[in-house]
Every structure is written in C-alpha cells, then in structure tokens.
Design a protein around this ligand. Structure first.
Ligand SMILES: Nc1ncnc2c1ncn2[C@@H]1O[C@H](COP(=O)(O)OP(=O)(O)OP(=O)(O)O)[C@@H](O)[C@H]1O
Length: 824
C-alpha cells in the first residue's frame, strides 16, 4: 500500500465512527469502502487510485465545495472527520492530521449552523430522567431533572437537540430506544456514561462539581455531554464556562401538545404561519434564539412579567429610541457565537473583525437607552463597552480581513515593525522582478523577451528562437521548447529566494500576531458572553414592542379574572387582516368552565386558541392582541385539540386523544388553563359523550379555567346542573345563499349544528346532501316520537304494582324504545 494510503488508514481507524475526508492538494478524498459510501451518499463520481500493483476506489470533494457536502452528510446522519495537510507539500509524505470532527450537535462553524440553538442532548436515568443540554456554538450548558418520561419528551421537543446521547439503560432497552427514535428523528450517538468518568469530566471542566449536581443521574448526563463534545472539539471546550440547572417547574408548564396545538413554533399544515412568525421581528440571531427560549418558558413570577411588560411599554412609546436600537442591532453579528469562538481561540480573522464592528455599536446603544428605567436601565449597565478590545482589533486587522488565516494579508501595515520590514523586503524583490523585463529588453535588444513564473522553475527569462543570437553570456538555459528557450541567472534565483523567504516569514509572523490578538481577546470571553446575553434580551424586548406597535396590541394586567375585550387570534388575524372578527372572553371562579357550541367552521377552535395565546403572550411579558386584557397567572396551559394520530408511535387517533386527556386530568391544577376541542370524537357517540361529560365534571370540581368546544349538544345541559359552567356559542345563520358564519361568540348554547349545511358549503354532491337533509329530519322526528312515547309509558307505569322482574322488563323495554328504529 502506498505510504499516503497507510496514513489514511491509520487516521480512519482512529476515528472509526466518522467518515474521514483526507486532504490531497485541492481535494478532500476518501478511499476504499469509505469512498464508495461517500459516492453513494453524495451522488459523486467514484474513481480509482492506482499506483503500480495497487488499486482502490477513491471519491473526492473539491476543498472550496466542502461546506454544502458536509451539510448534506450531517443531514444524512453521517459524522465527518476532516484531516488536513499540516505542511506545504515538499519532498516526502506530507504530514496530515484530523483538524475537525463534525457532528450535528457539536458544530461551532458559523457557516454550518442555522441561527437557532444547536443543542447536544444527553439523557441518563435514576430518580427520574436527567437531561443535559449543551450548545457548544454559544457555550450554553444546562441541565434538569424530570420526573416522568412525558416531561422529558416535552423538554426535548422544546429544545430540539440536533444530536442525542442516551445512557446504556435507555439505549439497551429496544422498546424505549425505538420510542426515542420515532419521536426524535435526529442523530443518536454513543458515549460513555460511567459515573466516575463523568465526575472527572465535570471536575476537569469547572474545577469542582457544583452543589446542585448532587443527583448522580444529572452528573452522568452532564459529564457524558461534556466528554462527547470535548472529543468532537478535540479538547477545546473553553467556551463552556458555566453549567446551570433549570427547574422546569419554575416556568409555566407548556407540554409539547400545547406548543403544537397553539402552533407556537411549528404550523399544523405546511406553509401556514406560527406565533413565532408573527413575532419574527428580531434583528439578531441571538435575539431569535432568546425569543424562542422565552416562548418556550413563559414566566410564573409576577414581578418579572411586570418588568418585561414595562420595558415593552417604554420601548413601544419611545419609537425614536426603539428604531435607533433596532437599527444598531441590525448591524450586530451573532455575539453569542462570536464570543464562543473567541473563548476557544478559534475565531477567524473575519470573525474577529465582525466582533469589533459589533462592539462598536455599544456606545450608541447605551446612549439610546439613556433615560429608561427598570429592566432597560439594567440592560444599559449590562452593555458595558470594551474600547480597549475594539482599539486593539482595529489597530491590528485590516478593514476587511480574509476568512482564513492562511490567506494572509490580515494584519494592518504599521502594527508590527518586523512584519512591515518583511513585507517591504518581499515588495522590493517583486518590484525588482517586475522591472527586470524592461531592463533586460533594453540591455539585450530583444524586444519580446519575457519574465515569467511557473511552479516548476520559479522565475525565468523567455526568449524566442529568432533572438537566440542575442542571448547574453550570463543567461543559463534551463528548458528548450519548440520555438523558444527559458533561462535563469543567479541573481534572479537569489531574488526569488529573498521574496519567498520574506513572504513565508511574513506569513508566520502574521499568524503569530493574530494568535496573540486572539489570546488577548480570550481574556474578555466572560464579558463578551454577558454582553451577548444582554444584546439578545434587548433585541427581544424591542421585538415585542415593535410587534405591539405594529399590530395594535395592548398591555395586559394581572387579575384573578380572565377578561379579554375585542381580542384577536394573532396568527389568524395576520392572515385575514381586517376581516378578523374580534371577540370577548370572560372567566372567573363562578364562570370558569365555558362550553362552546356552534357549527363546524364557525370559529370555535380559533376562539379557544385565541384565549390560550393571549395567556401565553402575557406570561412571556408581551402585549396581547386585544383592546383590553386582564389575565390570571396560569401555572400551565393544557390543550387537547384536533384529531391527530401517532402512527410512528403506534397509537390510534383515539388512543392519542385519551393519553393526552389522561395527562391533563392528572396534572392540571386549579391554576391551569385548559383548552379542550371536541374531546371524545374519536370513538362512538355515546362513549365519547360519556367521557366528555365525566371529564367536564372532574374539571368543574377542580376549578381550573376550562374552555371546551363541542358538537355534543347534550353537554350544554351541564350549565343548569353544575355551578361555574356557562354555555357560549358561535353565531351562524342559515340564509338564502346558504349558511353564513358571523364568527361572533355569544352567550348561550347554539340552537343547531348545521353539519349538513357545512357539508353543502364544502361541495358534497347535491344528491348526497339532499338525502342527508331528509335523513336528518327523519332522525329528529323519530327521536321526538320515541322520546314522547317513552315519556308517556313511563308516566302511566304503576310502579307500586310491579314485581321487581316486571320493573326490570319495563325498564328494558323503555331502553329498547329509545334506541330502536332505523330511519326510513
Ligand atoms: N373570529 C374570526 N373572524 C374571522 N374569521 C374567523 C374567525 N374565527 C374563525 N374564522 C375563520 O373560520 C375558519 C374556521 O375556524 P375554526 O377552525 O375555529 O372553526 P371551528 O368552529 O372550530 O370548526 P370545527 O368545528 O369544524 O373544528 C378559520 O380558519 C378562519 O378562517
């Protein structure tokens, strides 16, 4: 095997679960089976490397086209190891080593990352489920202990890790492992979870094990994440300076089903909008991530909510200051990621320049925040500028430095005297070379003499055969072509060596100066990460103010009652504009369970979601889409909306519905907001009605604020039976041209369900709808008849004369009567 392939095989075996891309000149190559795999995955040509008696498959990617290919490989679930040439090719085998390991959850390369968080997740069990979440692109590292698997799934789907590590007790359980894989179609990777090694990893990273990691499972999850990321980053985890433990109970409980039903992040149908889309006015990538985090975790603390609302109100009113801040933020680069890159000493010259440009915004941001109080004043003090860092970068780097250090030309003239001298020397040499052609033409009288350069000979003189007689003695011929010859001279060789020596030394010195600059910036890493966090908070507050101003949202106030006047569903309103009909909502302890009826398409679901979204926005600290709004503090929003099945999870529509209902009934407290849309629809009418009825009775006793939309008219009877239950309906009317929806929510139950009318609107064939109309009339007539007949028989029954057996038979007959009969 040729020595280069031996080198390849050695590295490949060292990083066995990665696909090794091996630099050979301007290409990254793979050989053997890996080449076949690469060619299959990327659809690129498979060739062969042949030397003497050896041949092997080979596939390669040009270096300049690496990123899109790596992106595709990661997307296909393949980890990538990049081995670079670490020295200029010379005589023998070039020294190569792995310089980057790329896995979806441990990326730091800006160009491969999306603006969202990029978490690596690790889960271990013992006393519940321990979850660690590490984003090495920003240095964020947090963990939590979850009491149930569904709580773990909720957190995982909220944080959407790109890669997951499962401890052996989870991974080795085929049923559990399959369930994880079905729920989270991401990369699952292997690492060690041994307690002792995990503790060592934590000690190595933080110098001590934080007190709040008393739980072994937490330490295993955190340690495993650290060990895995550290391997991928080849020990460079300096961006991870803090580990926080978060308490899912410290925030409003928002199960995955609620986030999905309310379409907070993900639309239910492709192409439609989400709440995040309506709020997507952030100006920075960090702000976008922070907004997602706030939406994931609405607050429970009145004081914090009030502080955010106050800041949003101040920024909304001060539109000049707000616009100024937003236009500054627009120019900011992703400070969170830049600070992580700086802390690992990996920032590229261009990233360092971007850092300076971002830090230069600080004085203006501080000025714009002048005169604000509360949270905004705090933010102003968190935005302390770093003039010395900016001055250093500005003095050292050219205005627009290259991405790669190896491209050179990044250090400004005048910054380092030695570098200036080397550059001058190289320049002198090149000027000498540039003038040489003219000088030699005059000296020899050869008008077409040329000075050229190529990789093999370096600089040389070229003379065509017509002028061979004029060639001076000091020219030494080095090559003869058909009609010309090439020459050198000792002084040309000397100059060439001088240029090359000076340029190589200048490059090395630039490298050194830049390393020094990076080391200097590293000392500000902590400050930079705090600044980054302040930027993100400021961006989100400005975003909430901007949205409030643009869409005429108002500041909600805290109350024990839920009182919305002329409220709108923010997403549906964005689609419908002025055609959206606002509605009121009123709930208090003696009106805490609203049963909403009305035809299909009337707007029941929209109304339910509208109330829930207002509650969620309030606790995020946002204004809400209404004319006035008073809202209680909810500890959770539970929803059971729509029919969805979980084919991957192997559960039918009804099973999903019942599982979600069970979880709501078990976990809801009197302080929860519950939204139920047509519960019980997935089974037979009577079973469904019975389940819905008893669930409502349960919630009525619990006292939780509940909105329940239904087509079961029987449930409207609950209003007269149970205190706290109130009927509402969404207005619609049959008119000459068909059914008209008013989308207006009114007191009282609906009089009809208009199902057949809606079917007509939907375009069912008229023959079918006419027959349905007749059937409906006959069902109703029959129902009435049976009901009256049953009543008549019951009232004439002489109960005191019946034997127990006769009484039972009479009851049975009555029942048969009520269920009897097919329509004619
Ligand atoms: N307040 C409103 N103003 C204007 N249009 C509305 C309003 N509410 C709902 N709509 C429109 O009506 C459509 C149907 O609304 P929604 O899904 O809420 O009805 P629904 O009563 O829950 O129907 P179903 O019983 O079939 O689930 C929405 O997509 C929207 O276009």
């Amino acid at each position: 095997m040729p020595p280069m392939l031996e080198q390849y095989v050695q590295l490949r075996d060292q990083y066995a679960d990665h696909l090794l891309l091996f630099q050979v000149g301007d290409f990254y190559e793979a050989f053997g089976e890996d080449a076949e795999r690469l060619s299959r995955l990327l659809g690129i040509t498979l060739t062969h490397k042949t030397s003497k008696d050896f041949t092997t498959p080979m596939a390669g990617i040009p270096i300049r086209a690496l990123d899109p290919h790596v992106e595709k490989l990661l997307h296909l679930g393949t980890k990538v190891a990049i081995a670079d040439q670490l020295e200029e090719p010379g005589g023998g085998l070039v020294h190569r080593n792995v310089t980057q390991l790329l896995t979806p959850g441990t990326l730091t390369e800006e160009r491969l990352l999306s603006p969202d968080e990029n978490y690596l997740g690790a889960v271990a069990t013992g006393d519940g489920y321990a979850l660690a979440l590490l984003d090495v692109s920003t240095g964020e590292f947090k963990c939590a202990l979850l009491t149930s698997r569904s709580a773990l799934y909720d957190e995982l789907s909220k944080h959407r890790p790109r890669e997951l590590l499962l401890s052996p007790e989870l991974k080795d359980n085929p049923v559990l492992y399959a369930e994880f894989q079905a729920r989270f179609p991401i990369m699952f990777s292997e690492t060690r979870f041994e307690a002792e090694e995990c503790d060592q990893a934590l000690l190595g990273q933080f110098g001590r094990i934080p007190d709040y990691l008393e739980n072994m499972a937490l330490r295993r999850a955190c340690g495993a994440a650290l060990m895995y990321a550290s391997f991928a980053q080849q020990g460079q985890l300096t961006m991870v300076t803090r580990l926080t433990r978060f308490d899912p109970g410290a925030h409003m409980h928002l199960p995955e089903s609620t986030l999905n039903a309310l379409e907070v992040f993900k639309p239910n149908s492709a192409g439609s909008l989400t709440l995040l889309d309506v709020l997507s006015e952030t100006r920075t990538s960090g702000g976008k991530r922070r907004l997602r985090a706030w939406l994931r975790q609405p607050l429970l603390d009145e004081g914090l909510i009030a502080a955010r609302l106050q800041a949003v109100e101040d920024l909304m009113k001060q539109s000049v200051a707000r616009n100024k801040i937003r236009s500054q933020l627009y120019r900011a680069h992703d400070l969170e990621r830049l600070s992580a890159r700086v802390s690992t000493g990996r920032a590229t010259p261009r990233e360092v320049a971007a850092l300076a440009r971002t830090l230069e915004l600080l004085p203006e941001l501080q000025e714009a925040l002048q005169g604000f109080s509360g949270l905004l004043q705090d933010l102003k003090s968190r935005l302390g500028d770093l003039p010395e860092a900016v001055a250093l970068i500005r003095a050292a780097l050219v205005e627009d430095p290259p991405i790669k250090l190896s491209e050179g030309g990044l250090i400004r003239d005048g910054f380092n005297a030695d570098l200036d001298a080397l550059r001058q020397e190289a320049l002198d040499g090149r000027t000498w070379m540039a003038n040489l052609e003219q000088i030699e033409r005059s000296r020899t009288g050869i008008g077409n003499l040329k000075v050229s350069y190529n990789q093999v000979f370096g600089y040389y003189l070229e003379v065509t055969s017509a002028h061979f007689s004029k060639i001076p003695d000091d020219y030494h011929q080095i090559a003869t072509l058909k009609d010309r010859a090439r020459f050198v001279r000792p002084d040309i060789r000397n100059r060439e060596r001088q240029i090359s020596r000076a340029e190589t030394a200048a490059m090395a010195l630039e490298n050194e100066v830049f390393q020094h600059l990076r080391d200097e910036l590293k000392t500000h890493a902590e400050h930079l990460s705090l600044l980054a966090s302040a930027f993100s908070d400021l961006d989100v507050l400005c975003t909430l103010a901007e949205v409030a101003a643009e869409h005429h949202w108002i500041k909600p106030s805290l109350s024990s009652e839920l009182r919305l006047h002329q409220a709108r569903h923010p997403v549906v309103e964005k689609n419908l504009g002025e055609n959206f009909i606002p509605n009121d909502a009123l709930m208090h302890p003696s009106r805490h369970l609203l049963v909403i009826t009305g035809p299909n398409m009337a707007g029941k679901s929209t109304y339910l979601r509208m109330v829930a979204l207002c509650a969620l926005l309030h606790q995020v600290g946002s204004f809400v889409p209404a004319e006035t709004a008073q809202l209680p503090l909810f500890d959770a929003i539970h929803t059971r909306i729509g029919a969805s099945d979980d084919l991957a999870g192997g559960r039918s529509t009804f099973m999903v519905e019942m599982t979600e209902l069970a979880s709501i009934l078990h976990t809801a407290t009197p302080r929860s907001l519950i939204i139920l849309d047509e519960v019980g629809r997935g089974t037979s009418t009577l079973d469904g009605l019975a389940i819905a009825w008893s669930s409502l009775e349960h919630l009525q006793v619990l006292g939780a604020y509940t909105l329940y939309a239904t087509h079961y008219f029987e449930l409207t009877h609950l209003e007269s039976k149970l205190p706290g239950v109130v009927n509402l309906h969404v207005a619609a009317q049959e008119e000459a041209g068909g059914l008209v929806f008013y989308h207006q929510v009114m007191e009282g139950a609906a009089s009809e369900s208009y199902g057949v009318s809606v079917a007509k609107l939907a375009g069912l064939p008229s023959g079918v709808t006419d027959r349905a109309d007749r059937l409906l009339r006959s069902f109703r007539a029959r129902e009435q008849e049976q009901y009256h007949e049953a009543m008549r028989r019951l009232s004439t029954l002489e109960v005191s004369r019946l034997t127990p057996l006769e009484a039972l038979k009479a009851l049975h007959d009555l029942q048969m009567l009520l269920h009897a009969g097919e329509p004619s």
